[in-house]
Design a protein around this ligand. Structure first.
Ligand code: PLP
Length: 370
């Protein structure tokens, strides 16, 4: 049997929406993107949504829109995808990494507080694999020190913890609609925020700093546009929006199927050598990972591949990657919990299209190789 690591959940309706866009006047940011933004606002409960071309851009522009830039520090985690830290650098600020809760892999609020300096401007927590960070604790730390919070929600649209959903206790929630995400259109992202002013800034920065986008220029009598600030080019076009505008209606049903698969894996691994990270609250169920003995991780990884099981590693701790190590002089042992997870983690196939027999096959192969 061959079980792909990931298969998307697009249906014929999503594809028909793209064809409609291709047959319409607007290919770039227009009415379909506006409809997606409205629907995503309703789903997230956050009044202002700006659709963008990636979560990386979303985090960069949210930070810039809040005035974070050169000379400032932003605290984030060593157990994440590189974009959580590179987006800080693209905003002109310095990422300061801290260690994680060894049970969940999410940023440790006490480590955050210990890393605060007079230059700290913001905290950038990452809801790893779909489990939310302790946002109440992070909010308390942020309030005590007057810091912004920008959430990396690339893994977490549907999650909730302690009655808190993404964006409710922060300045901005940044989402990814990358090819393998819970809501996927190839490349895409969004900033969702309670602040109308921040959304306005992000929109401006996402389109060259221009006062009007193409759709705004097109309707009615021609109006001149102005350039108000130095911006970037990160808007989401209607072709991509067409794939997620209808997919969003199925988001909860897709979550329910992933929850069934999660439960099936958990039953198979209970009481075995396949350890797993803790789940606290409602996970968005983005990735399903197991922990092996660190010295056997790569052997298990390759053995699973040989048995037809698609695998990935999310993530090796980022401070030990060459660029960060060289730039910030990090060394092994700096963030021991993040390193330990990075050395033992394996991500298994985990998507709604998986059949029960495929889940069982993957679990059997894990138990045979671990
Ligand atoms: C935790 C995390 N943050 C940010 C990103 C970046 O998302 P995007 O590819 O939409 O920029 C990813 C993508 O994989 C991610 O896993």
């Amino acid at each position: 049997m061959k079980v792909e690591f990931y298969r998307h959940s697009l249906d014929q309706n999503d594809i028909a929406n793209v064809v409609d866009v291709l047959n319409s006047v607007f290919l770039t940011t227009g009415p379909v993107t506006a409809r997606f933004e409205q629907k995503f606002s309703a789903y997230s409960g956050l009044p202002n949504v700006v659709a963008l071309n990636s979560c990386t851009s979303a985090m960069q522009l949210a930070l810039m829109g809040l005035g974070v830039g050169p000379g400032d520090e932003v605290i984030t985690t060593a157990m994440t995808f590189i974009a959580s830290a590179t987006s800080v650098m693209h905003a002109g600020a310095t990422p300061v990494l801290v260690d994680v809760d060894p049970a969940t892999g999410c940023i440790d609020p006490a480590a955050v507080e210990a890393a605060i300096t007079p230059r700290t401007k913001a905290i950038l927590p990452v809801h790893l694999y779909g489990v939310m960070c302790d946002m109440r604790a992070l909010r308390t730390v942020a309030d005590r020190h007057g810091l912004f919070i920008v959430e990396d929600c690339a893994h977490c649209i549907e999650g909730e913890r302690d009655g808190v959903r993404p964006g409710q206790l922060s300045d901005a929630a940044c989402y990814s609609f990358y090819a393998t995400k819970n809501l996927a259109c190839g490349e895409g992202g969004a900033v969702a925020t309670r602040s109308e002013e921040l959304a306005r800034q992000v929109k401006l920065l996402s389109l060259h700093g221009m006062s009007k986008n193409a759709a705004g220029r097109y309707h009615g009598a021609y109006q001149h546009w102005d350039m108000l600030t130095l911006g970037w080019k990160c808007n989401l076009d209607d072709i991509h929006s067409a794939l997620i505008v209808s997919q969003l209606d199925r988001l909860d049903a897709l979550w329910t199927r992933r929850h069934e698969i999660f439960t099936r894996y958990e039953r198979a691994f209970e009481g075995t050598a396949a350890a797993r990270p803790a789940v606290i609250g409602k996970s968005a169920h983005h990735l399903y990972t197991i922990w092996t003995a660190p010295e056997r991780r790569d052997e298990v990884l390759h053995a699973l591949q040989e048995r037809g099981v698609g695998v990935a590693v999310n993530f090796r701790a980022i401070h030990l990657l060459t660029y960060f190590k060289d730039t910030f002089r990090f060394k092994p042992g700096d963030f021991p919990y993040a390193e330990a997870i990075g050395n033992k983690t394996i991500s298994l196939p985990f998507y709604p299209k998986m059949q029960d027999c495929e889940v069982d096959y993957v679990a059997e192969q894990v138990l045979a190789t671990i």
